[in-house]
Design a protein around this ligand. Structure first.
Ligand code: OAD
Length: 278
């Protein structure tokens, strides 16, 4: 409920709503914080972050896999177990609802020749750094910059690997798997430190950021590049930047800071936009 927000937060929410109401194109970038309320730990939060207990370079880099493939594989199998029963939270759901509403109404508008004055229906591009599939589970169309936790490929020949049977014992087994094509080790299809982002996903993200009127950053520390550079790209091209994060980043390019949890703020924001669009 908006009434339960502090005056400062309610004011910022109103400003964000007004900005989004007039935007024709919106780019949304999400990070680990949006899945925190689903029970998936973030990377850098002091108490609960994954990198509190593990060093990223020991587990999420090609050199770590070359040094100790079993350790890296086991860590990702553990993360799969951690994530497997997690569900989208109200922030994922509200974003999906917002995207779907806009898609549905733009197709209605384009198929009708008798529209008098179509309401403002922005194009919303959703980009995530997360490797979970909670945005998809909620019904969103999403660009993944850092890969997919549930996919595997060969680290040597890149061939996609699919488990012969989809039973959970095989999915979560700690034993290393060899590629049937070249004999290399199978690895998770995740972008590790020092690796390039998937070309098409990155190009789509750059185009969306460079052309949006509003860039919304949700639940990310904005420390990992190139993803963190998307907000700067948007800003350089004239976009306004909104950040949703209970621990706002020190970024100087943010125009509106909504210092609250995504699970609270995103549904409120989408609801106030829906009110306006009725
Ligand atoms: P981080 O762990 O760096 O940052 C998570 C952010 O979410 C922090 O700024 C938190 O304050 C914020 N946060 C926590 N709970 C929240 C909530 N309920 N609502 C909104 N925000 C909340 O995660 P990312 O920025 O996503 O890369 O990290 C970027 C990349 O670093 C990840 O994709 C991963 C990691 O190494 C790869 O795995 C390639």
């Amino acid at each position: 409920m908006v009434a339960e927000l502090s005056v400062e937060l309610a004011t910022q929410l109103q400003r964000a709503t007004e900005l989004l109401q007039s935007a024709k194109s919106i780019c949304v970038l999400t990070g680990a914080g949006i899945s925190a309320e689903s029970g998936i730990p973030t990377f850098r939060d002091k108490q609960t972050g994954l990198w509190k207990n593990f060093r990223a370079e020991d587990l999420a880099s090609p050199s770590a896999f070359a040094r100790d493939p079993k350790l890296v594989w086991s860590w990702y199998q553990w993360r799969r177990q951690l994530v497997q029963d997690k569900l989208p939270n109200p922030a994922h759901q509200a974003l999906a609802e917002w995207q779907q509403k806009n898609l549905a109404s733009s197709s209605l508008i384009s198929s009708s020749s008798t529209d008098i004055s179509p309401p403002n229906r922005p194009q919303i591009t959703l980009i995530t750094q997360n490797v979970d599939d909670l945005h998809e589970q909620a019904g969103s169309d999403v660009i993944h910059l850092h890969g997919h936790l549930w996919r595997n490929r060969c680290h040597q020949c890149d061939m996609v690997y699919e488990a012969a049977d989809n039973d959970s014992a095989a999915i979560f087994d700690d034993d290393l798997i060899l590629c049937q094509h070249c004999g290399g080790y199978i690895r998770p299809d995740i972008v590790w430190f020092g690796e390039s982002l998937p070309v098409e996903a990155w190009q789509d993200a750059e185009v969306s950021a460079a052309n949006c009127e509003v860039f919304m950053s949700i639940g990310t520390s904005s420390l990992v590049y190139p993803a963190a550079g998307l907000a700067q790209l948007a800003k350089q091209n004239g976009a306004k930047v909104i950040e949703i994060n209970p621990n706002p980043t020190p970024s100087s390019i943010v125009d509106i800071t909504l210092a609250a949890k995504a699970g609270t703020l995103v549904p409120l924001l989408v609801a106030s936009l829906s009110e306006w669009q009725k």
